[in-house]
Ligand binder design. Structure first.
Ligand SMILES: O=c1[nH]c(=O)c2ncn([C@@H]3O[C@H](COP(=O)(O)OP(=O)(O)OP(=O)(O)O)[C@@H](O)[C@H]3O)c2[nH]1
Ligand SMILES: [Mg+2]
Length: 202
């Protein structure tokens, strides 16, 4: 773990992600500080892939803080929608003033899938890109996925974002109905995190 040291900036302004990344990182003995706590800005996500965006968020936080930084870019990719909302998952939840409402976003996803007709199916997956950046310019990225299906109406009040409408393969409850520990065992974020930890230990 000495590739990181003892303190890591978590370059996210999303409380749900921060909570999940802290839970994954702190057992490794690495203290995490959120970007908002350090007053770091929320950069514009101009990339065209999850990794592009994770790298630009991590890069900016490492440059501004002088500490190693970990960023997460993630989203829901729906087969019937050719991968949308994908890297625009947060933007699908925003109104004209930039306020997010995931009940609205989930309805938008469901309506778009239904508009494709019965044959389109409900397969979807979450993707998570994690990027670690250092103040000296190094960057390493890892990508994870979890496959599943969409359900309607949304169920559960745990998790965040699109969790209430996503059922991982092999489960019968949504990501918002299961306990955080169960989500952490199989999620896209846990998959990317496993790859990151394997690399850290190598
Ligand atoms: O149901 C969900 N379960 C998850 O486990 C999950 N992970 C990500 N997402 C959604 O995908 C978008 C990411 O956008 P995103 O990577 O730009 O993050 P963000 O803008 O919220 O924060 P930041 O890290 O950029 O500061 C956001 O809408 C998230 O709600 C999830 N939804
Ligand atoms: Mg974002």
């Amino acid at each position: 773990m000495n590739r990181i040291g003892e303190k890591l900036v978590i370059a996210t302004h999303n409380e749900g992600k921060l909570r999940e990344i802290r839970a994954l990182m702190e057992p490794l003995g690495i203290a995490c500080v959120g970007a908002a706590e350090l007053g770091l800005p929320d950069p514009e996500e101009t990339g065209v892939t999850f990794v592009d965006n994770a790298e630009l968020k991590a890069r900016q936080a490492a440059d501004l803080s002088g500490l190693p930084a970990l960023a997460d870019d993630s989203g829901l990719s729906v087969d019937a929608l050719q991968g949308d909302p994908g890297i625009r998952s947060a933007r699908w939840a925003e109104d004209a003033d930039g306020n997010r409402d995931f009940n609205r976003a989930m309805k938008k996803v469901w309506d778009a899938v239904e508009a494709r007709g019965e044959d389109a199916g409900h397969d979807a997956h979450f993707v998570c890109a994690l990027s670690l950046a250092w103040p000296d310019g190094r960057v390493e990225s890892f990508e994870g996925k979890v496959h599943g299906t969409l359900t309607w109406p949304p169920r559960g009040d745990k998790g965040f974002g699109y969790d209430p409408m996503f059922i991982a393969r092999g489960m019968d409850r949504t990501f918002a109905e299961i306990d955080p520990d169960q989500k952490h065992a199989i999620s896209h974020r846990a998959d990317a995190f496993d790859k990151l930890v394997t690399w850290l230990k190598s």
